[in-house]
Design a protein around this ligand. Structure first.
Ligand SMILES: [Zn+2]
Ligand SMILES: [Zn+2]
Length: 111
């Protein structure tokens, strides 16, 4: 089987580069989450992997997709007084997570 190597988002940290490593107290005694570099991609948010040609074509399709039809998934969550959401915009045509791509682009621009 012919395979090609691509640089993709790290699947371990989902391209976030940083992962919650645990919790610590600050000087006020407030608990906060400590983030550290992803051990798999070493904080780059990217990892190389080998994909088969059919998979590569799917990735190309996603890369060329204009994401004209999108829908939102996820919702708001209330946990221990904290409010957060995992609402993501996902392309109906290629399945690309558009929120995550925007974050990845932002990190790359920062370098
Ligand atoms: Zn990673
Ligand atoms: Zn798309």
């Amino acid at each position: 089987m012919l395979k090609v190597q691509i640089l993709d988002r790290c699947t371990y940290c989902k391209g976030q580069a940083l992962l919650p490593m645990g919790q610590a107290d600050n000087w006020k005694g407030e608990v906060y989450t400590v983030y550290g570099k992803c051990p798999i991609c070493e904080g780059t948010g990217e990892s190389s992997r080998w994909v088969s040609l059919p998979d590569f074509l799917e990735i190309l399709k996603a890369a060329l997709c204009k994401h004209e039809h999108t829908s939102y998934r996820g919702g708001m969550h209330f946990i221990a007084g904290d409010v957060w959401d995992d609402i993501e915009e996902v392309c109906d045509d290629c399945g690309e997570n558009l929120d995550r791509q925007t974050l990845g682009d932002f990190i790359q621009d920062d370098n």
